[in-house]
Ligand binder design. Structure first.
Ligand code: HPA
Length: 277
């Protein structure tokens, strides 16, 4: 069923473009401008693609963009789906399945997140090296289709270490404040209470957000190499840093840090062997 739906979506997309993407990219809240730097070949609204959910949230555009970023053929999700919008985990992660069958080798993801490490400030980039999943559901729950991946996918190295090391080197070269860290995924949509930020810090979280981990689980299920960057939009630890935060604040800080994130993604892509096909 899921497998057939994926094939239908891929077959539709193949009627629109012959581009063979090497890398998939998912852009987070306030972080969509990287699409402006893509030499676009085709843009396809989500609503036209069979079985794709349709995005509702402010600041999310809702289209699949095919083109080249530098020399690399890419497919970009401009606008992603969140659990708090009411989608199922299968819906949220369906586009990742489709990207795999379009041929991607690796997936780059960005997100906006709150910082729960005292050394990580608003505007910093954090390359995700691990995660703690606090979503109440899992996209891999239910019957497993072995054509997609194994029943019990390993998560001991979900985030590619070589990509993180290269990204840290690039950030240093450009004087960009960057770290590696642990992302805690909560379902939202409310932001956290001070007691919750304290808890997230104590369990080993460096940042917290409401996305990404569902896509990561499905990408690892299908053996896709991953690079994830969080843009810290609000520092929440130590607790005296907590300020009232609106979605506009998150979008504004994300947008001002966005060029740093785009630069790292572009240069990382250019440096990865095999991506300049
Ligand atoms: N909590 C959860 N998600 C977020 C935050 C936060 O503080 N900031 C940006 N996304």
């Amino acid at each position: 069923m899921l497998y057939e739906q994926i094939q239908e979506a891929v077959a539709y997309l193949r009627t629109k473009t012959q581009l063979q993407p090497h890398t998939g990219i998912i852009l987070g809240t306030g972080l969509g401008n990287l699409t402006d730097e893509i030499q676009v070949e085709t843009e396809i609204p989500y609503q036209d693609i069979p079985h794709f959910p349709v995005s509702t949230v402010q600041s999310h555009k809702g289209k699949l963009v095919f083109g080249h970023l530098g020399k690399t053929p890419v497919v970009v999700m401009a606008g992603r789906f969140h659990y708090y919008e009411g989608y199922t985990m299968q819906q949220i992660t369906f586009p990742v399945r489709v990207m795999k069958f379009l041929g991607i080798q690796q997936l780059f993801i960005s997100n906006a997140a709150g910082g729960t490490n005292p050394h990580i400030h608003a505007g910093d980039l954090v390359f995700v090296r691990d995660h703690i999943n606090k979503h109440p559901d899992n996209p891999l729950r239910g019957p497993n289709d072995e054509r997609l991946g194994p029943r019990f996918p390993d998560m001991s190295q979900a985030y590619d270490r070589e990509l993180i090391a290269r990204a840290l080197t690039l950030a240093k070269k450009h004087g960009i404040r960057a770290h590696q860290g642990v992302y805690v995924a909560l379902p939202g949509p409310n932001l956290e209470t001070p007691a919750e930020y304290e808890f997230l810090h104590r369990i080993g979280g460096d940042m917290v957000g409401m996305s990404t981990v569902p896509e990561v689980l499905v990408a690892r299920h299908m053996d896709i190499r991953l690079f994830v960057v969080s843009v810290i939009t609000n520092q929440c630890y130590p607790l005296e840093h907590i300020k009232e935060t609106s979605v506009e604040d998150v979008i504004n800080v994300a947008a001002s840090a966005e060029p740093k994130m785009s630069l790292i993604m572009k240069e990382l892509l250019a440096a990865v062997p095999g991506s300049g096909v």
